[in-house]
Design a protein around this ligand. Structure first.
Ligand SMILES: *[C@@H]1O[C@H](CO)[C@@H](O)[C@H](O)[C@H]1NC(C)=O
Length: 281
């Protein structure tokens, strides 16, 4: 009898301990899972090991590019791109976006605003030279802190919030697009798009929305962006803008008869013909 009770107690203690351990594992696993997704809070005090370096946004030397200063007065129908990586230049996909926007809008100025210093060598590289041939494409340097001065986002930027996020490059890009539209109006476009049609006919205020029937803007959705890269017919022939979803597709090769290659051939022929089979790599 006595041994039986002890035995039972031992068992229930064991079960309890197992429960505690199991709960601990489940809670820890869920926590790590959430941290690895976009739902993650900005726990900047935890070092994730792969924090992007955005110190270039604050650099004031080594720049050969004309900065945006008090004389900058873009027309209200201008189109803006922001380059927020610290690479100091453009790749062929980005150049295609810019060329396509410039071709579709000969009557508008296309501003490519760099957050990093662009030195003389980068300013004269092959991609920059190709784009300079378009009289309506202009490059400028943005100094982030200065750019936010006198706007509702001044304190956010000066407080260093963009230094404490896990995705400083894309969050800085989010801040900059709002600042640009707030300051100058016009149109903001991502550098991983292809503009297929003039936006001139659209009403005064619009935003492209992502959804399953978004025929006119993003006919290939973010959930299956690889469709752009494999040989296929071009989807959504009436689309204004195609979104290439660079974050998910940067490692993919642009196949010759893929929708992306067809789009590039038609809407950014100068960039496409220069790069050919290396386009997009
Ligand atoms: C943010 O980081 C940059 C360097 O990456 C630094 O120059 C800047 O002063 C920081 N801003 C704040 C408010 O801490």
């Amino acid at each position: 009898m006595y041994t039986k009770v002890i035995y039972k107690e031992n068992i229930s203690r064991k079960v309890k301990r197992h429960k505690v351990i199991l709960t601990f594992i489940v809670v820890t696993a869920s926590f790590l899972l959430v941290l690895s997704t976009d739902l993650s809070p900005d726990l900047y005090f935890i070092n994730f090991g792969t924090v992007e370096d955005v110190s270039c946004h604050y650099a004031v030397t080594g720049d050969a590019l004309e900065p945006i200063d008090t004389h900058f007065a873009p027309a209200s129908n201008s189109i803006f791109f922001h380059e927020t990586s610290c690479r100091g230049g453009l790749n062929s996909r980005q150049a295609c976006s810019i060329e396509s926007a410039a071709r579709a809008h000969p009557g508008r100025t296309i501003y490519v605003l760099f957050s990093a210093p662009i030195n003389k060598i980068s300013l004269e590289d092959i991609i920059m030279e190709l784009l300079k041939k378009f009289s309506n494409i202009k490059f400028r340097r943005v100094h982030l802190v200065e750019y936010a001065k006198g706007t509702p986002l001044e304190l956010l930027v000066e407080g260093g919030a963009l230094n404490r996020t896990r995705w400083p490059i894309s969050h800085t890009s989010d801040v900059l697009r709002f600042l640009t539209l707030y300051k100058w109006g016009g149109v903001y476009l991502d550098l991983d798009t292809v503009v297929a049609k003039s936006l001139d006919g659209l009403p005064k205020n619009w935003a492209a929305r992502e959804n399953d029937a978004s025929e006119l803007f993003y006919p290939v959705g973010a959930d299956h962006p690889e469709e752009f890269f494999e040989p296929a017919e071009l989807p959504g022939q009436d689309a204004y803008i195609y979104h290439i979803w660079n974050r998910q597709t940067k490692h993919l090769k642009v196949e010759r008869n893929s929708p992306y290659a067809k789009l590039a051939k038609r809407h950014c022929p100068v960039v496409y013909e220069t790069f050919r089979e290396f386009f997009g790599s």
